[in-house]
Design a protein around this ligand. Structure first.
Ligand SMILES: [Zn+2]
Length: 281
């Protein structure tokens, strides 16, 4: 898709599985399992989708998948398959994009399934996967990741966070335009300092909301994850986002949906629903 002078492409960096109950919080399984069938361990299949945005002299990557630094036990817990290269590197090469040509990595937040590909195994420990790129992040998320609370400690892994000390960092403090017509907006409901990333403004923008809205099943405001830190905050933030998405026909990219890149949404009597899939090939 072309938007605001950029070519916007969704790339799969791999798939994994998480507990279906945790993915849908207080929504009963009888409701979510129709859309997301669970395996014998109650896990559902999830995509590790990232966005490649090319234009204005830049190659911008939004999120990086889960990377490849997983031991066999972790691979079995999350049904991950790992390769010699992080999945994001293989996905870029398959698209004909040299990973070293990435100018900017925009991280929605540093949970392992978003920032795992920021680093890769080096001879003396993890090293940056995109050493030439500027890494864009909310300062409050970096602070959280460096000293995570007990609940999120398993999601903010030092191997993804510590090497950022060597990265060229552009830290944002709130909502802003970080590059030409690339806008970030802060949400604190899922974790502190998540930033959604929007390409363009007004009609027909593309917005990558990460874990604010991980799959199409999470379009209704109250369908949220058990992982979300502050559900009441997230409901407010989701409503604000969905209202604008419905009004301006924004394509909402679904980072974890196993079947679709993005959706449009519509509103009726204050309730939101999916209103058609969007392919970002
Ligand atoms: Zn997350």
């Amino acid at each position: 898709m072309i938007k605001a002078g950029y070519t916007v492409t969704a790339l799969s960096t791999g798939q994994f599985r998480l507990d279906g109950g945790a993915m849908f919080g207080n929504v009963p399984k009888v409701l979510w399992e129709r859309q997301h069938p669970a395996d014998d361990k109650n896990r559902i299949l999830l995509e590790l989708r990232v966005l490649l945005i090319e234009g204005h002299g830049r190659k911008i990557l939004v999120d990086t998948g889960s990377g490849n630094q997983w031991d066999p036990k972790e691979q079995s817990i999350f049904a991950l398959t790992v390769d010699n290269d992080p999945g994001v590197v293989s996905a870029l090469r398959a698209k004909g994009v040299d990973p070293d040509s990435i100018t900017d990595v925009v991280l929605t937040h540093l949970h392992f399934d978003h920032a795992g590909g920021v680093t890769r195994r080096g001879p003396n420990g993890p090293v940056l996967t995109f050493p030439n790129a500027t890494h864009h992040l909310q300062r409050s998320n970096l602070d959280t990741a460096r000293a995570p609370n007990e609940r999120e400690r398993a999601s903010y892994l030092p191997r993804n966070v510590d090497p950022l000390a060597d990265a060229r960092l552009a830290l944002a403090d709130g909502t802003s335009e970080i590059l030409d017509d690339i806008h970030v907006e802060v949400s604190d409901g899922h974790t502190t300092g998540l930033q959604s990333v929007r390409v363009g403004s007004g009609e027909g923008a593309v917005v990558f909301t990460a874990d604010m809205l991980p799959t199409a099943a999470h379009v209704p405001v109250s369908w949220m994850m058990g992982y979300d830190l502050c559900p009441r905050t997230l409901m407010k933030e989701k409503r604000s986002l969905l209202e604008r998405a419905a009004r301006y026909r924004w394509a909402i990219v679904l980072e974890h949906d196993p079947c679709r890149d993005a959706v449009l949404v519509s509103e009726k009597d204050g309730r939101f629903q999916s209103a058609g899939d969007v392919v970002l090939a």
